[in-house]
Each structure stands twice: as structure tokens, then as C-alpha cells.
Design a protein around this ligand. Structure first.
Ligand SMILES: Cc1cc2nc3c(=O)[nH]c(=O)nc-3n(C[C@H](O)[C@H](O)[C@H](O)COP(=O)(O)OP(=O)(O)OC[C@H]3O[C@@H](n4cnc5c(N)ncnc54)[C@H](O)[C@@H]3O)c2cc1C
Length: 322
């Protein structure tokens, strides 16, 4: 059994699903599971973690932690974790986790395995799998030397357990110990888009160069509205100005692992696959039966997306509104 610390992530007053995944994975393997929750005015969120298996929630609240900053997070976390003596420290492989975990690892003087898609616990050790060469191969990772072991886990890869409302966690207030900070986040300017982010919903519909224009993405948006999905894009579509960079999926865009990924007019270049190949179910629509996307697709439609998408939308509407 290991002493595992999960660093929680929250946005707009809600804990991220990926935090529940990590807590469930650690506790489900019989580990002593702690969660660190940082912010300001977020005490109520701590109560949600017990049902997923957290034994203790360490609540660090400070006005300087109200808006996320890598410097403040890594300082507060290292001050708490150094004396706590964890065997394992986990965070989600989200833009936030990718940002502060390397800093924290440097402060603790240990290594970090990032973007892991499989996690196994063996006593106080971790056995991990992570994609390499843009997802062409998978490396098995074990640590050498003294711990703690640190890893970021790709969201939606381990699954969220059913919460047990009878379980509660002990909530412990901890000092932030921030000292003098060199930087301060003054404001977070939200993207003007009202559409969901590709990393945050279970269904993503992405379009590529095959969409041919920015206007044609409206067809994907209409389909996305029926399914409650986010709209993503290939880099070719972004480079052509069809979509903003925030929607780009792939090696130099966002990494997604949704329950359902629908690729429309996307050839399936290795750099695109690097961002979506761990999706649970992949559907591809492409006129070219030889397109590489079909090699990773669970379901493929060889056809013109401009015919397939409206038909699909009509059929889905019938199912949703019988
Ligand atoms: C360092 C580096 C990083 C990169 N990072 C990324 C990244 O993060 N994400 C990314 O996506 N790419 C990335 N790329 C680019 C990548 O190599 C490809 O160029 C890009 O993914 C191609 O986009 P696409 O599939 O939309 O376009 P194309 O390869 O041009 O494919 C268009 C597809 O649409 C199909 N099509 C055309 N018309 C229709 C129709 N009417 N109906 C159905 N299908 C149709 C075609 O058959 C074709 O398969 C990167 C490249 C490099 C070198």
C-alpha cells in the first residue's frame, strides 16, 4: 500500500472529472489516498472527494491561489508535500497539470512521467504506460532512485468509479506557505467562444481540410449541438483559418481522450492521431477509403461528409426526440 497524493483540479466552482478518476484509481488499488485542493473559497468542494475514496483532503486556501498560477501552486505543494512524505504524487495531464507538475518535480528533486495512459500500483511503486513517437509506440515506465514517484495521467483513461455517499474524507486545513511570489495572475480572460472545450466533454466532432471552409464548420456545430459535443479541428483546418487554435487536436494542439471522437474530412496524419487515438470509440467519415484515419477507427464511413453529416444529424434527432 502506498501513500498517494492526488492534486485536485477545479474550474468555475466544480471539481474536474479527471480528479475523481485519479482518486478512484488510487483508492481502488487499496492505497492511502490523500487529495490536495488549492484555491480560495473552495472549502465546499472538499466534501465531494470522500465518496470517491479519499481518506484525507488537505485544503490550502489563500487569496493568491484564487487564480491558478504555476509558481504559487508548486510553492504551496512542495511546502506541504516535503514533510508529508508521499510515495506517489498524481495529477491530471491537463494544461494545468502539464504546467505545474514539472515545476513541482524540480522542487522535490525527482523525475516525472507525463501523459500516462495506463497506471498500475505495486506496493509503493508505480508502473505506467505512456505513448511515445507521437503515439506510434507505448513505453512502459518504472522509476529508479529515491521517490516520491510523480506522474500525470491523461484524462478519461482510467474511468470514474461510482461514488459511495457513505464514505467521507477527513478535511485538514493547511497553510499556503507561499513566501514572496515573483509573479501574480491579475485576470483570466476567457475565450469568446461559448462552445465547450474539446478536452472537457465526452464527445468531440472534429473537422479537417475536407470541410473546405470556415462556414462549413457550421454543419459540425449543428451536429455537435444535437450530441452535446465539442467541435475540434485538424491543424490543416486551423492553418487554413477555418477554426481557432484552441480547437486544434494533435501533437501541437490538445490531447483528447473522449468516449466518442468523430473525425470528418481528416486524413489521420500521425500528428493528429497523437492527440486522439486513445479515444474510446473513433468514427471516421472520409471519401478516401485508404485514408490512414480508418486504421484507428472503430467505425468508418467512406463517403462525402456533406451528405453523411446531415443524414447522421437527422437520424440522431429522431433518436433523441422520438
Ligand atoms: C511538427 C508537426 C506538428 C503537427 N501537429 C499537428 C496537430 O497537432 N494536429 C494535426 O491535426 N496535425 C498536425 N500536423 C499536421 C499533419 O501532419 C497533417 O498535415 C494534418 O493533420 C492534416 O490535416 P487534415 O487531415 O485535415 O488534412 P488532409 O491531410 O489534407 O486531409 C483531408 C482529408 O479530407 C478528406 N476529404 C476531402 N473532402 C472530403 C469530403 N467531402 N468528405 C469526406 N472527406 C473528405 C480527404 O480524403 C483527406 O483524407 C503537424 C505536422 C507537423 C510537421
Amino acid at each position: 500500500m502506498a501513500k498517494v497524493f492526488v492534486i485536485a483540479e477545479h474550474r468555475a466552482g466544480r471539481l474536474k472529472t479527471s480528479t475523481f478518476e485519479l482518486v478512484g484509481a488510487a483508492a481502488g488499488a487499496g492505497n492511502e489516498t490523500h487529495v490536495v485542493l488549492l484555491g480560495d473559497g473552495i472549502g465546499e468542494l472538499a466534501k465531494e472527494l470522500g465518496p470517491y475514496g479519499a481518506k484525507t483532503v488537505h485544503l490550502i486556501q489563500d487569496p493568491a491561489l484564487k487564480l491558478y498560477s504555476a509558481e504559487a501552486y508548486s510553492k504551496a505543494l512542495s511546502a506541504l508535500l516535503k514533510p508529508a512524505g508521499p510515495d506517489i504524487i498524481l495529477a491530471s495531464h491537463t494544461p494545468t497539470g502539464r504546467d505545474f507538475m514539472p515545476r513541482l518535480a524540480a522542487r522535490l528533486g525527482v523525475g516525472l512521467a507525463s501523459d500516462c495512459t495506463q497506471i498500475g500500483f505495486n506496493g509503493t511503486e508505480l508502473k505506467l504506460r505512456r505513448p511515445v513517437y507521437a503515439g506510434k509506440a507505448t513505453a512502459e515506465v518504472e522509476f529508479m532512485g529515491p521517490g516520491p514517484r510523480m506522474a500525470t495521467i491523461r484524462p478519461n483513461t482510467v474511468g470514474v468509479p461510482a461514488p459511495d455517499p457513505a464514505k467521507t474524507a477527513e478535511i485538514v486545513n493547511a497553510a499556503a506557505n507561499l513566501g514572496t511570489l515573483k509573479s501574480k495572475v491579475l485576470e483570466v480572460v476567457k475565450s469568446s467562444s461559448s462552445r465547450p472545450d474539446v478536452t472537457e466533454v465526452p464527445i468531440v466532432i472534429s473537422g479537417g481540410r475536407g470541410l473546405k471552409s470556415a462556414e462549413n464548420f457550421k454543419k459540425l456545430e449543428d451536429l455537435a449541438d444535437v450530441l452535446g459535443a465539442a467541435v475540434g479541428a485538424s491543424r490543416a483546418a486551423v492553418d487554413a483559418g477555418f477554426r481557432p487554435h484552441r480547437d486544434q487536436v494533435g501533437q501541437t494542439g490538445k490531447i483528447v481522450s473522449p468516449t466518442l471522437y468523430i473525425a470528418c474530412g481528416i486524413s489521420g496524419a500521425i500528428q493528429h492521431l497523437a492527440g486522439m487515438r486513445t479515444s474510446k470509440v473513433i468514427v471516421a467519415i472520409n471519401t478516401d477509403a485508404e485514408a490512414p484515419i480508418f486504421q484507428v477507427a472503430d467505425y468508418g464511413v467512406v463517403g462525402d461528409l456533406f451528405q453523411v453529416i446531415p443524414n447522421l444529424q437527422e437520424e440522431l434527432k429522431k433518436i433523441k426526440e422520438p
